[in-house]
Design a protein around this ligand. Structure first.
Ligand code: NAD
Ligand code: MG
Length: 388
């Protein structure tokens, strides 16, 4: 029996993970499930999967969770401390699928107790990649990418040497506005940005796809995962979202990972790693698809890509600042306090303001320092959004 915990179980990645696990209930023992305000879903999954503990991130949701789990013997808990306690419970495989920087601390806890960490939460890699990798090494754990592009690269690298990699190409769908004229983008609404042409995902990552902040995070995530020179990491727009990434080798070969837009492939690969098992995903009909197209990822249309390059060049805590400023800017966009194009503007201003003090960026990447940088970036972003 594989002991499994799922953080962010009620979200899009979490539910896809549960879909796979529920197909083979005899193979898994569920330790912890976590969610947010969707207590009914969390309780239902905890009952069905007979979890040991269910945790909601929010204290005010605890009475409802307790009531929904009454008489089941499943423990109910709430808040950040409870999440960490749940992550410290021995498990073999832990899915990190909380959205945002909030996923970092539970992921580190899971690695500290020696679990394999399936990482969907790209934000934690962007904020603290070196810390995550060092924690995994120190405890004999492994970090398995779940982001589809990174899973694709990881798979293309099986049996290869990283020194032979000339470049990695991440594909981007281009999101909701890829065909909009530039002058219309200023008027784009959160509702429009939260509709994805190919993937069915959570609201925040879908908006990040429209602004390309998602690809920006993924460029940084690639650097941290595979320790590649940023100059070797590219993004290209691929509207069909069928090629997930390509790895170019020194002999000129390009290995592409092609598959349907279904996250259960990447989740399943991480779940069964190092084995490959059958997965319930569509098999592509190449003749019906007919053609695959690629376009340049324009940094004028998507300034987030340019900012990602600056962050990779700066290193240190720049990733934590970038991510926090982006999360804060997105909250303001969702609340209609700023426009779509202002998200990148806010992030750029925060990066510039905090980079002016070297000590804000050039510090050791510890959990405390990441939290401080995150806090400072959010305060700076809010201040700029309010007062300019
Ligand atoms: P989602 O919004 O559907 O789900 C997020 C989960 O996190 C929910 O369970 C929610 O309750 C929980 N959560 C939200 N705020 C929290 C907080 N402050 N503390 C603790 N828990 C909190 O998001 P998603 O689309 O499933 O994405 C999850 C992660 O996976 C993100 O980092 C995203 O970038 C990444 N990812 C998602 C996809 C996808 O297809 N959805 C693909 C690649 C990577
Ligand atoms: Mg991705």
């Amino acid at each position: 029996m594989k002991r499994v915990s799922i953080f962010g179980a009620t979200g899009s990645i979490g539910q896809n993970t549960i879909d796979l696990i529920a197909r083979a209930p005899d193979e898994y023992e569920i330790v912890a499930l976590s969610g947010g305000r969707n207590v009914a879903q969390l309780a239902e999954d905890a009952r069905n999967l007979r979890a040991e503990v269910a945790v909601t991130a929010f204290a005010e949701c605890l009475p409802d969770l307790r009531a929904a789990l009454a008489g089941t013997g499943i423990a109910a808990a709430a808040g950040e401390e409870a999440l960490l306690e749940a992550a410290a419970r021995p498990a073999d495989w832990v899915m990190s699928a909380i959205v945002g920087a909030a996923g970092l601390a539970p992921g580190l806890k899971a690695l500290e107790q020696g679990a394999a960490l399936a990482l969907a939460n790209k934000e934690s890699m962007v904020c603290a990649g070196p810390l995550i990798m060092a924690t995994a090494r120190a405890h004999g754990g492994v970090v398995l990418p779940v982001d589809s592009e990174h899973s694709a690269v990881f798979q293309a690298l099986v049996g290869e040497r990283i020194e032979d990699v000339e470049r990695v190409v991440l594909t981007a769908s281009g999101g909701a506005f890829r065909d909009w004229p530039l002058e219309r983008l200023a008027q784009a609404t959160p509702e429009q940005a939260a509709t994805h042409p190919n993937w069915d995902m959570g609201q925040r990552i879908t908006i990040d796809s429209a602004s390309m902040f998602n690809k920006a995070l993924e460029l940084i995530e690639t650097r941290e995962f595979f320790q590649l020179d940023p100059a070797r990491i590219e993004a290209v727009v691929h509207p069909e979202s069928l090629v997930h990434a390509l790895v170019g080798f020194r002999d000129g070969a390009l290995m592409a990972h092609v598959g349907p837009s279904d996250m259960r492939h990447a989740i399943g690969y991480a779940l069964h790693y190092p084995e490959r098992r059958a997965l319930p995903v569509e098999r592509l009909d190449l003749v019906q698809i007919g053609q695959l197209t690629f376009r340049a990822a324009c940094e004028t249309r998507w300034p987030a890509l340019r900012l990602a390059r600056d962050v990779m060049a700066a290193g240190g805590l720049a990733g934590a600042v970038f991510n926090a400023a982006k999360e804060q800017a997105m909250d303001a966009f969702i609340d209609h306090r700023i426009g779509f194009l202002q998200m990148a503007e806010v992030v750029e201003v925060v990066l510039n303001r905090l980079s002016a003090h070297k000590s804000h960026i050039d510090a050791e990447i510890s959990l405390d320092n990441v939290r401080q940088a995150d806090h400072l970036a959010r305060v700076t972003a809010d201040e700029y959004i309010r007062n300019g």
